[in-house]
Design a protein. Structure first.
Length: 130
């Protein structure tokens, strides 16, 4: 197995800089995300969100569960927004392609705009980290 690289992407941010970064990136992204979901719901009456991202094969300093199993594919699911049938279809598809798959391990949940979270059952979501 290869050598584990350790580096830190965190540094102290003054309050003003932190606020500017959150406004520029986080708030801008989540506003656009909300608007895209709203537009889709308005047009089609339902919306499927598939959140895809990667994660390291070894735990990071900020992670709470350092010894959690780290599969090739982690399907993050939410009891309200992730239908069990959708989760099984995704899990079976990845396993059929030869991937190791876990649900909500090492990361759990799926992203849903707060305006809809736990409120709108026409919004389906799962998180596909790999």
């Amino acid at each position: 197995m290869g050598k584990k690289l350790k580096f830190k992407l965190q540094r102290y941010l003054p309050k003003k800089e932190r606020k500017a970064l959150l406004k520029s990136y986080y708030s801008t992204h989540h506003k656009a995300f909300y608007l895209a979901v709203k537009k889709t719901l308005d047009k089609y009456g339902k919306c499927l969100i598939i959140d895809c991202h990667s994660f390291s094969s070894f735990s990071q300093d900020y992670e709470l569960f350092k010894d959690a199993y780290r599969p090739q594919i982690c399907l993050g699911a939410d009891d309200f927004h992730t239908p069990k049938a959708l989760l099984e279809i995704a899990k079976n598809a990845f396993e059929s392609a030869g991937f190791e798959v876990a649900i909500n391990t090492p990361f759990a949940g799926s992203i849903v705009p707060l305006e809809y979270y736990g409120k709108d059952s026409k919004l389906f979501a799962y998180d596909r980290g790999s």
